[in-house]
Every structure is written in structure tokens, then in C-alpha cells.
Ligand binder design. Structure first.
Ligand code: AMP
Ligand code: MG
Length: 401
């Protein structure tokens, strides 16, 4: 059933985008290209990590029991049998009262169960004076203490960080199964728009949305595919949407989404698919369309760049998380104290830009069409639909840009 002309709550809009999201499938990428991609399958260690018991300090491999009671004034005296060489697995072992010099990461000789830091020792010919006792297991990393062969080191749905890439390398995962990057078609509509490289004439404005939307979806782990500026002409717009829907996994169209008789986006989607939502109880961002062109999700974003950006964060983000299978990413937030009352209309979710400094969030009021508050703000606070506003001194969660 079409909900055309019915304004829905943000939670419902999110539920709708989740139902139309089509998972993007998966591919293998080399380890060095996997940063920020979403893992499509669990990755298991192909070997024990570490594969041998090793020292985490430069010093001496010892039997902990031989150092019992050792101190500055009564050192334990051990015989040095030799040096452990990095990367070698020579079968070495120690007996009671002896030790080996060992570098950080060196393989522990048989019989040793701890390492003494070099700072706590003194050499005297073939003898080593140990001035601090060590406990069993001290200063060493045990065989497979980190991960055992077959353990899941990273789970499906995780967006890969730099540390994750390191763990994949340790686990021997050189071809990483990731979800395919969704291709997101981007169309800006409006007779008044000119490209950023053109100086706007009277009545004209530069196309901001192509750049904002492309950057935002790239940030969310997608490949933006810009289709440029399209005139408010039914035939041209119909062709552009058809092309984008044929080539992309989802299409984001900005402008022409309000309930004005000149606005055609909803009509064109309805002809070739289905309009599921037209109007969300969100400010800024009310004139938003959620639909399907054939089976391809299509979102009509409001024309105002600030409104389009809020809808991207509040709603479109959920579409993209579903498409990429990203199960871990969340918005970055910070707690702050509100410096001023913020009124809000009941029944609508309000997003208010704030500048945060020293734990205080100062609302930046102003027209939603202004760009300057987007860059002067640290982020936004979300005022739930049920609230009539927030009072000075309220603890708020700021969603950071
Ligand atoms: P519309 O939703 O098409 O009625 O547009 C609402 C407002 O947003 C109008 O002032 C437009 O000029 C402006 N606008 C629409 N698209 C863009 C764009 N791509 N870049 C900058 N401003 C835009
Ligand atoms: Mg327009």
C-alpha cells in the first residue's frame, strides 16, 4: 500500500528502508585494500598465535624458581649458556641455575618459564646476577595465548579498522571476504543549479548536494556514482532516474521532493515502482521520499543541503548499513550540557546543530537552509518526537559529524 502524502515517524521510515535494502553480495579483496570494508564472513586463525612461547622483554630466559628471593642486595647467580637468536628455532634448553640471553620476541628455551628484564640484571663474565625475582609466566607470551588455530579472530559484519587489518595479517587472511561496495547513484535536480566550477548568475545556486551526498555515502563505505544536475523536466528526470537505477544498487535524488505540483520525483518513482513514504516527521528533512524503482531503493532527499544531510544521517544511513551488512558501526557521540533552552514541536523528531566546547553544547539556531551552521557546529542533538523541548542544563548526547 502506498503511504503517499502520509507523514511517518522516523522509526517507521527506518523500518521501511530496511525492508527495501538489497544485500550487495561479496567479493575477495587483497589485505592491503580491505581497510574500512565490511567483513562478509567470519575469519579464523589458520595457525596458533603466537606459534611458540616468546619473551616480551630483552633480558634473560630463566626458570622462575631459580630467582626466588632475589633482590638488589642478594642477587640470584645464574650461568649464562648462550644467546637466543631471533627467528631461529634451535633446540635449546636450560637446566637449574642457568639462563640464556633472549631478545624481545625470541623463542623461550625448553625448561624456561619466565624472562628477567635486562635492567634487573648485571653481567659478570659467564654469570648473570638477577636482582629481582620473577614469577612463573612473567614477561612471556604463551604459545597460542592470543588466538588458537581455528578461533574466529573477527566476525562477519565488522567494518575493518587499521588494527583489524593487522589481526587479519597475523591470522594469515591475505584475501579478505568483504561485502561488495554498494554503487549509489546521485542525482541533483533543479533548474536553478549550476556546477561548483561555474559562478552562479541571478537566481542560480551552485550544486552543493552532489558533493555532500557523494562524500557522505563514501564515508558510509559506498561508491558514489554522480549523474550530475538534472533539469526539472519530466522526460529528462525520468531518463536520469532510469539510467541510475539500471546501473546502481540504490539511487539518491535531491530536490524536487516536496509536495508541490512542480515536483515530479515521487510521480516518476510511482510510475515505475512504488512510493512507500512521502514525508517524514523530522526537522529539517520533512519532504523526503522513500521508494523502489523496480527493485532498486530510491530516496528523494530534500533540496536544502542541511536537510539532505540530516536525512542521510537519520534514515539513509540505515539503508546503507543493511546493504553493506555492517553490523557494528554506530554514530560517534559525546555527552554535553545544554547551554540554552531548545524548543521543539511534539510529534516530530528535531535535529538541532550545536557547537560543543568544554563539555557545553551551545545550540546554533538559524534557518535550516544556512550552510554556515553546518560547518560551525560540532554535531547535532536529536530531540525525540514525544518531547516538547529541552531545558538549559540538560545532559544531551551530541551526534558528532
Ligand atoms: P527543492 O526541494 O527542489 O524545492 O529545493 C529546496 C531548496 O534547496 C531550494 O532553495 C533549492 O535551490 C535548494 N537546492 C536544491 N538542490 C540543491 C543542490 N543540489 N545544491 C544546493 N541547493 C539546492
Ligand atoms: Mg528543486
Amino acid at each position: 500500500m502506498s503511504l503517499f502524502l502520509n507523514v511517518v515517524q522516523v522509526s517507521e521510515a527506518i523500518a521501511v528502508v530496511r525492508t527495501i535494502a538489497v544485500p550487495c553480495g561479496q567479493e575477495l579483496v587483497p589485505l592491503h585494500e580491505a581497510l574500512h570494508r565490511v567483513l562478509a564472513a567470519d575469519v579464523r586463525a589458520d595457525a596458533d598465535i603466537p606459534g611458540f612461547t616468546r619473551s616480551v622483554v630483552d633480558g634473560f630466559a630463566v626458570r622462575a624458581a631459580d630467582t626466588t628471593g632475589a633482590g638488589e642486595s642478594v642477587p640470584a647467580i645464574l650461568t649464562m649458556l648462550g644467546r637466543i637468536v631471533m627467528g631461529s628455532s634451535a633446540d635449546l634448553s636450560i637446566r637449574a641455575g642457568s639462563c640464556f640471553y633472549i631478545p624481545t620476541g625470541g623463542i623461550l628455551p625448553d625448561g624456561a618459564d619466565a624472562a628477567v628484564m635486562i635492567e634487573n640484571t648485571e653481567r659478570a663474565g659467564d654469570e648473570v646476577l638477577v636482582k629481582r625475582a620473577v614469577a612463573h609466566g612473567e614477561n612471556i607470551l604463551l604459545y597460542n595465548e592470543d588466538f588458537s588455530k581455528g578461533d574466529v579472530v573477527l566476525s562477519r559484519g565488522r567494518r575493518l579498522s587499521a588494527q583489524d587489518i593487522g589481526v587479519l595479517a597475523a591470522a594469515g587472511c591475505t584475501d579478505v571476504p568483504v561485502t561488495r561496495l554498494p554503487r549509489i547513484g546521485i542525482i541533483s535536480t533543479g533548474n536553478e543549479l549550476v556546477p561548483p566550477g561555474t559562478r552562479p548568475g541571478p537566481g542560480q545556486v551552485r550544486d552543493v548536494n552532489t558533493s555532500v551526498v557523494a562524500s557522505a555515502v563514501r564515508d558510509l563505505g559506498c561508491s558514489p556514482v554522480p549523474y550530475g544536475i538534472v533539469r526539472d523536466d519530466r522526460e529528462t528526470l525520468r531518463k536520469a532516474i532510469a539510467t541510475a537505477a539500471g546501473e546502481c544498487d540504490a539511487v539518491l535524488i535531491s530536490g524536487g521532493s516536496s509536495k508541490d505540483d512542480r515536483d515530479m520525483v515521487a510521480a516518476i518513482i510511482a510510475e515505475n515502482g512504488e512510493v512507500l513514504v512521502h514525508g517524514i516527521a523530522i526537522a529539517p528533512g520533512k519532504p523526503t521520499i522513500i521508494g523502489r524503482y523496480g527493485s532498486v531503493p530510491v530516496i528523494g532527499l530534500p533540496g536544502h543541503p542541511a536537510s539532505a544531510f540530516i536525512v542521510l544521517i537519520a534514515v539513509v544511513r540505515h539503508l546503507i548499513l543493511c546493504m553493506t551488512g555492517d553490523m557494528g558501526s554506530s554514530l560517534r557521540t559525546v555527552q554535553a550540557t545544554l547551554s540554552q533552552n531548545v524548543p521543539s514541536q511534539r510529534g516530530r523528531e528535531d535535529y538541532v546543530r550545536v557547537a560543543v566546547s568544554g563539555g557545553i553544547a551551545a545550540p546554533l539556531f538559524g534557518k535550516s537552509g544556512l550552510l554556515n551552521t553546518l560547518v560551525r557546529s560540532t554535531g547535532v542533538i536529536r530531540i525525540p518526537a514525544a518531547s516538547e523541548g529541552l531545558e538549559t542544563g540538560t545532559q544531551v548526547e551530541v551526534i558528532l559529524w
